[in-house]
Design a protein around this ligand. Structure first.
Ligand code: EPZ
Length: 420
């Protein structure tokens, strides 16, 4: 297993291009299960999680080819409607094959994804939604087993205690495309990745309106055909590079970025004193003056994304004053706090709040990655720290960032891999 080693203190300079969105690609790949026709998906990042989804599609009888960012999902061979525990348990997002399998085969058996370090990750809203479409759902030995003689459109409210659910919205929207009649999803997730999935489904022949807003309407159709699609850029990778520039006092240009997908992050960084100048698909990011502490609450889109919480925390560790981060989506998503404190940060956890007292500097240390975005926050801290930081278990990072070390090295970071 590799570890990442970073010699901190280099100001990042130059340009970097953002890869395609992981969280768009995963449900779009699942949506290819809705047709036997071939689909071509472009702009697909080379990531562990993408490879896991491709394995799941193959296990469900799809022919899959992946080369240089392009995935061709071929006509199915032996159709299979069981998504196996061994694959689903390695990546929670696999659970979004439930809706498409149920819509195509009127039955689906998908392993419950189980929890992960950021939270218990329930699926009650997914189940509520497909039941509303007429499915019978049972939990049998760790699997969700869903059956439906026929799926019928329905009006449903899909908000949970933490607000809307991205993958529950995806699952229900995909199932509803082949249901009889009209489905209205209230309190639908508004994330750009949900809208991107809807655009792909529309290209397949689905009838969808309101995607990207809290009310999505789907008119069921009899059949969906193959389609060609290019996924949107990864807004969380883009946000991570913004922080990388700021935490090193650098000056970088981020290419292949859609600023309109990062409104809350741009607004918060502007409040902290950052200059962000965007023009035709790129954005220059550098500190305008000494940064100021900020308070952040994570919220469903268009609120501040929970997937950027760990990254902005790293930045605030080095901003004089007190910043408070409140995690309203995953109250336990603070695995990075202990590791940042080992690097000299002063962060105190109070339930869903992290109180950060800015320090003059961080010191490099051996640290351990625990989940995707926590790993990114440790890389960011290492870039700014004095001395050497070694980050173990970087497979967490490889799940969601394509060539992050190479991209940072090209910006001037001293970063390399070593055997653990
Ligand atoms: C998606 O996960 C993303 N993953 C996550 O990104 C992201 O953190 C999350 O949305 C929130 O934005 C993908 O898109 C593949 P949710 P998802 O259902 O859909 C609760 C990353 O780093 N909830 O929107 O699984 C849930 O516990 C990953 O790229 C229920 O209560 O998240 C959470 O508190 C990590 N019942 C909140 O809703 C349910 O049935 C939002 O979760 C489902 C969710």
């Amino acid at each position: 297993m590799d570890k990442l080693v970073i010699e901190g203190g280099q100001r990042l300079k130059g340009g970097v291009s953002v890869s395609g969105s992981k969280n768009s690609t995963l449900p779009i790949l699942a949506a290819t299960l809705l047709t036997d026709d071939s689909c071509l998906i472009k702009g697909v990042p080379s990531l562990r999680d993408i490879n896991t989804m491709l394995k799941i599609l193959r296990s469900l009888g799809k022919g899959v080819e992946y080369d240089k960012g392009r995935v061709i999902v071929g006509a199915s061979g032996n159709k299979n409607y069981v998504a196996d525990y061994r694959l689903v348990s390695t990546m929670r997002a696999s659970f979004c094959v439930l809706g498409p399998l149920l819509a195509r085969f009127k039955k689906a058996k998908v392993s419950l994804p189980g929890g992960c370090v950021i939270g218990i990750r329930p699926v009650d809203l997914h189940i509520k939604g497909i039941k509303a479409l007429g499915a019978d759902v049972n939990i049998e030995s760790g699997y969700v087993v869903a059956k439906a003689r026929k799926l019928k459109g329905n009006h449903m409210y899909l908000g949970g205690v933490y607000g809307s659910s991205v993958l529950a919205t995806d699952n229900v929207m995909m199932a509803a495309t082949l249901a009889h009649g009209k489905t209205v999803i209230e309190s639908a997730a508004c994330e750009p990745e949900v809208a991107d999935l809807a655009e792909f489904l529309i290209k397949m022949g689905a009838k969808i309106k309101g995607h990207g807003t809290p009310i999505i309407e789907i008119e069921g159709v009899k059949h969906l055909h193959g389609a060609e699609y290019t996924v949107i850029p990864d807004r969380i990778e883009a946000g991570t590079f913004m922080i990388a520039s700021l935490i090193t006092g650098g000056d970088i240009v981020i290419k292949n970025i859609l600023p309109q997908h990062l409104g809350a992050v741009i607004d918060k960084l502007d409040e902290a004193g950052v200059s962000l100048i965007g023009n035709n698909g790129s954005m220059r990011v550098r500190p305008k003056r000494r940064l100021k502490p900020v308070n952040v609450n994570t919220l469903p889109y268009p609120g501040f994304p929970t997937d950027m919480q760990a990254q902005i925390m790293s930045l605030m560790c080095l901003v004089p004053g007190i910043s408070v981060i409140t995690e309203k989506i995953y109250p336990d998503r603070f695995m990075h706090v202990a590791e940042l404190n080992r690097m000299g940060a002063r962060i105190q956890r109070e339930g869903p709040h992290a109180i950060i007292e800015g320090v003059k500097g961080l010191s490099g240390a051996p640290v351990m990655a625990s989940d995707l975005r926590a790993s990114a926050s440790l890389v960011l801290a290492g870039l700014a720290a004095r001395g050497k930081t070694s980050i173990s278990r970087i497979y967490h990072l490889e799940r969601g960032y394509e060539n992050l070390d190479k991209k940072l090295e090209a910006l001037g970071a001293r970063i390399w891999r070593e055997k653990e």
